[in-house]
Design a protein around this ligand. Structure first.
Ligand code: ARG
Length: 451
């Protein structure tokens, strides 16, 4: 492709070191779409005859079919997907193929291909995220009234419902979806026509090319367009953060499935046994999700580090953008899909959740609120309840069975209802609270949104 000024062939070690076709082959449908749009603009500008354009278009479509059917041999000697396709086109159709690269560089070509690839992947990741939201919503609906302890510091805090807990993850995923869609707006502009870095003296209609490829517009600075990999970093970041969300969900499920919590069951199909201990049922999907998140975060560091020291514009370091991108996309895709299947099939152990939530200590804060409603300043109320808690622990008496009137004159004989869980949840009437009625409203809202 550059033999004019060289007297030696590229060393085979350099070929091995520099090839990207072993992984960037997957850009092929986008590379072909970009080349057809580019060729059409060449035809309109008078650089290709109708016959030459048709030969290029049909040749590229035939190559696409061969790749799809597994009948295409990629050559590492041709470095990347762009050169593999172009060389094969020229081999098949002759001189017209050699005209295709007019007014184009691999630099604007690869930027175009990866933007198109990212756009398609964003759309399918959004669908996968929504499917997981739907699965979580399904469980939230089934367990909307299942009372369980909510935790801070992994210590029992206050009562919540399983429905509320599941919906917390629906919210996280909603932010992930919106971050992806936001990144999509910025990436969906066409860099084609930016050339190697400074455009071209052969002026093709950039807007027509962009329109054909479904871009919303064209980039406005050729140097930035060539050097920009922000859209890749953004997507890898959103994926890493979504991975962090899935990892937290995994951790909750791992705890819930332990004998110590026994709040949930995962289906046999989504757990594994031990080769040694016959009784084991391990939450491997959760552990793998948590473990793979480390790699998603590593990919973010890799892409940011690859970009940070680069002078404008293209540097070969930028070829290192693809493996972390592909790996993050593939990993998250599978993680979302398997987690969706697992969540849909999991069950809550409602009785164990209820037994844990029956601990009257979970309503110590409600008792302080009771005193506040009787005019006691909160700090003082906190202390009075703290004393009652200490007394309950010392006398091994449940908090709701103490004679509180002996602790302070502010306590009357009407504290029994404070310890009713259903009252406690219903008393929370503000938006966002685990009041089953409010949770039901949220479930309906999400059902409509995700329908
Ligand atoms: N395979 C290359 C990459 O992914 C394509 C661009 C090559 N450009 C160049 N000037 N060597 O970055």
């Amino acid at each position: 492709m550059w033999k004019g000024r060289f007297t030696q062939d590229t060393s085979s070690l350099v070929q091995q070191f520099g090839e990207s076709v072993s992984y960037d082959w997957r850009l092929f449908p986008h590379d072909i779409a970009g080349s057809i749009a580019h060729a059409r603009a060449q035809k309109h500008a008078g650089f290709l005859t109708d016959e030459e354009f048709s030969a290029i278009e049909n040749g590229l479509l035939a190559i696409r079919k061969d790749i799809e059917d597994g009948n295409f041999e990629f050559k590492t000697s041709l470095e990347d997907i762009h050169m593999n396709i172009e060389a094969e086109l020229t081999r098949r159709i002759g001189p017209a193929g050699a005209k295709l690269h007019t007014a184009r560089s691999r630099n604007d070509q690869v930027a175009t291909d990866t933007r198109l690839y990212c756009r398609a992947q964003v759309d399918s990741l959004v669908e996968s995220m929504k499917n997981l939201q739907r699965a979580l919503l399904d469980r939230a609906d089934v367990y909307a009234d299942t009372v369980m302890p909510g935790y801070t510091h992994l210590q029992r805090g206050q009562p919540v419902t399983a429905g509320h807990h599941f919906l917390a993850y629906v919210e996280m995923l909603d932010r992930d979806v919106s971050r992806l869609l936001d990144a999509r707006k910025r990436l969906n502009i066409s860099p084609l026509g930016s050339g190697a870095l400074a455009g071209s003296t052969i002026n093709l209609d950039r807007h027509a090319i962009a329109q054909e490829l479904g871009f919303d517009g064209v980039t406005t600075n050729s140097m930035d367009a060539i050097a920009d990999r922000d859209y890749i970093a953004e997507i890898i970041f959103v994926i890493a953060l979504c991975g962090v969300h899935l990892s937290r969900l995994s951790e909750d499920l791992i705890l819930w499935c332990s004998a110590e919590f026994s709040f949930a069951h995962l289906a046999d199909a989504h757990t594994t046994g031990s080769s040694l201990m016959p009784q084991k049922k391990n939450p491997d999907v959760c552990e793998l999700t948590r473990g793979k998140t480390g790699r998603l975060m590593g990919n973010l560091v890799a892409i940011l580090t690859a970009i940070k020291g680069l002078p404008l514009t293209y540097n070969r370091d930028l070829q290192e953008d693809k493996e972390p991108l592909f790996d993050s996309i593939d990993t998250l895709h599978l993680a979302l899909t398997v987690n969706t299947e697992m969540i849909l099939a999991m069950t809550m152990r409602v009785d164990h959740c209820a037994a844990a939530a029956a601990d009257p200590m979970l309503l110590a804060t409600d008792l302080a609120d009771y005193l506040v409603k009787k005019g006691v300043p909160f700090r003082h109320a906190h202390e009075l309840v703290g004393k009652a808690v200490a007394e309950a622990i010392a006398s091994k008496t449940p908090l709701d069975k103490l004679d509180l009137t002996k602790i302070s004159e502010h306590y009357r004989n009407d504290t029994a209802e404070i310890f009713q869980l259903s009252r406690a949840l219903k008393a929370r009437t503000n938006p966002g609270c685990p009041n089953p009625e409010i949770v039901r409203q949220q479930i309906s809202r999400w059902q409509a949104q995700l329908a």
